[in-house]
Design a protein around this ligand. Structure first.
Ligand code: UD1
Ligand code: CA
Length: 489
């Protein structure tokens, strides 16, 4: 960009139709607030400064905008007296040496806006001497918008708001998107000359077009074919329409970049997700936040993964995950719940009905069935038997357990943290491990099995159970005596 660009983002409006405690422009689409999308788009222009005008729910909006863009200039518009008033408030908040070059006006509720379109618009503006360039659009239904009025030569003479339009003007199908580029010197001279003698009694920024023409300056209008980029969401129904369209665009981009998406209709991908070539997404998948999926991984069906990292060639089926890291060629699911701090090594497995949290599970290690692994490290090549519970919480503190390499634990074990199991150790079925197990040892903790002979015949006489036992005993007596001894250790 040859000349300096200052951006003014208008975000003071009420957004009452959202019927929400949350300010309109903070409602999210594709993992980012509406104003976040706009700030991302305008940031691509490398502006020298960005002013955001806040009014309604200003604490919320200001705090959010400052978090996204710490260097933002915030301007407070006490009462919403129109777009012209809002820009004047922004202008006054700018240091004098920033009031130069080109000034771009944008609205905070247009989440589909792309930096590329703004750059092309500003490049066209920079080719001219125009006091104002209008990013316009040709629409089938211009209702609600300001109309771009041109003279017989096709030169722009005014923007007329719907409520102030004659029927002839109202029939014009070229509309003001709201995005305007101003020559800063002209804007500076014009802001004080906007009146509010109109149907709404507001100070219309769009009146600057007629002011420019009266000054002998020219105004240009550049229709943007992709009108959805400048559409705003005023209620939650419009929000859903724009969210679906944003998602469709994100998916299309990934498919063009080599990702297979079997069912785009049931796939939702946030804007900050990254996917490698030859990733396959099966139906019913939400990839949220900063989730990253490496090449050849297959995700789905039916997964929600937020801020997760999925390694190359990994397979994740019917899983809910947050802040989890899955190694290359690992297997997860179906029906796994990966909570923050889960790290699964290369070729590892987290299987059906397994919940993990702050769990480092080593390369090739497996937790295949029905288990809870919280606050634990499991070494490489170890197999955790079905039904293991890492009892990490003693009612007061969370404690960590460590299982070494190449350990085989029996089914239905409890590991009462903190406990350490040495490399190459094993545990018996049903063990409750309360003390450290040395490397290579077998730990058993359930009492030896005992039999109370003929219990059913004695204690349940006359029942079907007793009859079955008697019949079995009769057969066994033919083959030899049945003892009442306990099984061998
Ligand atoms: C405005 C334009 C119209 C254009 C349309 C595109 C004017 C007078 N009209 O109309 O030509 O076709 O947008 O959507 O500019 N805002 C403030 N402070 C205010 C008033 C508005 O910050 O005092 C903000 C709003 O939050 C909103 C934006 O400016 O983001 C537009 O305001 P809105 O009242 O919706 O303008 P429209 O009447 O739709
Ligand atoms: Ca509007």
């Amino acid at each position: 960009m040859s000349s300096q660009v200052t951006v003014i983002v208008l975000a003071a409006g009420g957004g009452t139709r959202m019927k929400s405690k949350t300010a309109k422009v903070l409602h999210p689409i594709a993992g980012r607030s509406m104003v976040g999308h706009v700030l991302a788009a305008v940031s691509e222009l490398r502006p020298s400064s960005v002013v955001t005008v806040v009014g309604h729910q200003r604490e919320q909006v200001a705090a959010h905008v400052r978090e996204l863009l710490p260097e933002v200039v915030l301007a407070v518009q006490e009462s919403q007296d129109g777009t012209g008033h809002a820009v004047r408030v922004a202008w006054e908040a700018l240091p004098a040496d920033e009031r130069t070059g080109t000034v771009l006006i944008a609205y905070a509720d247009t989440p589909l806006l792309e930096g590329e379109s703004l750059a092309a618009f500003l490049a066209a503006h920079a080719q001219t001497d125009h006091a104002i360039s209008i990013l316009s659009g040709r629409v089938a239904d211009p209702r609600g918008y300001g109309r771009v009025i041109r003279d017989d030569a096709g030169d722009v003479t005014a923007i007329v708001e719907e409520k102030d339009a004659t029927s002839e003007q109202a029939a014009v199908d070229e509309i003001n998107s709201g995005i305007l580029a101003f020559d800063a010197d002209f804007l500076d001279s014009a802001l004080g000359r906007i009146g509010n003698d109109n149907a709404k009694g507001e100070f219309y920024l769009t009146d600057t077009v007629a002011i420019a023409r009266a000054d002998g300056r020219t105004v240009g209008a550049y229709p943007l074919d992709d009108v959805m980029q400048t559409e705003g969401a005023n209620d939650r129904a419009q929000l859903a329409v724009l969210a679906a369209e944003k998602n469709r665009r994100i998916l299309e981009r990934w498919m063009r970049d080599g990702v297979t998406i079997i069912d785009p209709a049931s796939t939702w991908i946030d804007v900050d997700v990254t996917l490698a070539e030859d990733v396959t997404i099966l139906p019913g998948v939400q990839l949220l936040g900063t989730t990253a999926v490496a090449e050849d991984a297959v995700v789905g069906p039916d997964c929600t993964l937020k801020d997760c990292e999925i390694g190359a060639g990994a397979r994740v089926v019917r899983t809910h995950g947050e802040l989890a890291v899955i190694g290359a060629d690992a297997n997860v699911g179906p029906f796994s719940y990966l909570r923050p701090g889960t790290e699964l090594g290369e070729g590892g497995k987290i299987g059906a009905f397994v919940e993990t949290k702050n769990a480092q599970i080593g390369d090739g290690a497996k937790v295949p069935h029905l288990s809870y692994v919280g606050d634990a490290s499991i070494g490489e090549g170890t197999n955790i038997g079905a039904g293991a519970i890492f009892a990490n919480y003693d009612g007061v503190n969370k404690n960590r357990s460590t299982v070494g390499k190449q350990v085989k634990t029996g089914v239905h074990n409890s590991f009462v943290a903190p406990v350490t199991i040495g490399d190459g150790a094993a545990t018996g079925a049903g063990a409750v491990i309360r003390a450290d197990v040395p490397p290579g040892a077998l730990a058993v903790s359930s009492p030896a099995q005992r039999h109370y002979g003929d219990w059913a015949q004695r204690k349940r006489a006359g029942t079907a159970q007793a009859a079955a036992a008697e019949a079995a005993a009769a057969c066994e007596n033919e083959d030899g005596p049945a003892g009442d001894q306990s099984p061998e250790e």
